[in-house]
Design a protein. Structure first.
Lengths: 68, 197
């Protein structure tokens, strides 16, 4: 079991560790234009499969949409 | 802090504005009003009539390059603000070159791809820099959905929900709220949290 802060909300997962990709799939973030930050650090798309998220981590998922 | 004290801090500061549409023109004007020292503004576009429903331009400026019209308007509001205007379609290397001396950068692009590019560029090449991004401001109403959140030096303003579409156009009130929220976030970065409650 692990507890993380996802977009400022507490989230519980049964697993001890998950990759960024696995969390995106579990939480149904299916948009193409995403920005992911883990503990303040930007995670590149090519690293989603290899970057591990563990208990206590802070993750920001930002869905970019047009307008400005 | 009194307004004179605030101005004396702000006049030493430089803010970059990436894009001079609804977010960029309105946040730049707000920063000029409170006495920011310098603004670095960049855009490639020309003003058309449909921009006037939200962007800080005037009818007789239609056809002008946005950066030059905005420079004019900023100077009318506050002649003391220094404005460095770049008529350019920004790419990653331009972003670094143009904005590296700024204390804060305001992301004010229209397209999601461009928002992605500047977030990536700032995190990769200027990780020490604060970036204030506007995401989701189309339509009207839903005031309670507009918010601000941050992760380290990245600050997000908007509803993160309402994408512009034919049936969901960007309009002055909501775009202005988010643009001014971005300017307000810039002040908090430059002045620190307001201790007066």
């Amino acid at each position: 079991m692990m507890k993380i802060q996802l977009n400022n909300r507490e989230e519980l997962f049964e697993e001890e560790k998950l990759t960024v990709s696995e969390i995106l799939a579990l939480k149904n973030f299916s948009f193409k234009m995403l920005v992911i930050k883990l503990n303040g650090k930007l995670i590149k798309k090519t690293d989603y499969d290899t970057t591990m998220v563990s208990g206590g981590d802070e993750m920001m998922v930002l869905h970019l949409i047009s307008g400005g | 802090m009194t307004f004179d004290e605030i101005k004396s801090i702000l006049k030493t500061k430089t803010v970059g504005i990436a894009g001079c549409g609804g977010l960029g023109s309105n946040s730049a004007i707000a920063l000029a009003r409170v006495g920011i020292g310098s603004l670095v503004i960049a855009d490639f576009d020309v003003i058309v009539e449909s921009n006037l429903n939200r962007q800080y331009y005037f009818h007789d400026q239609i056809g002008m390059l946005k950066v030059f019209a905005l420079k004019q308007n900023l100077k009318l509001v506050n002649p003391e603000v220094r404005v460095h205007a770049f008529d350019i379609r920004l790419c990653i290397s331009d972003i670094v070159e143009i904005f590296h001396k700024c204390d804060v950068i305001v992301e004010a692009f229209d397209k999601a791809e461009m928002k992605h590019m500047i977030i990536d560029a700032v995190h990769t090449h200027m990780p020490e820099k604060h970036l204030v991004v506007g995401i989701g401001m189309a339509g009207w109403g839903d005031n309670e959905l507009i918010h601000c959140r941050r992760s380290d030096k990245l600050i997000i303003c908007g509803d993160e929900l309402n994408e512009i579409a034919e049936q969901n156009p960007p309009l002055a009130p909501r775009v202005g709220v988010v643009a001014n929220m971005q300017a307000n976030a810039v002040l908090e970065i430059l002045l620190g949290k307001n201790p007066y409650k």
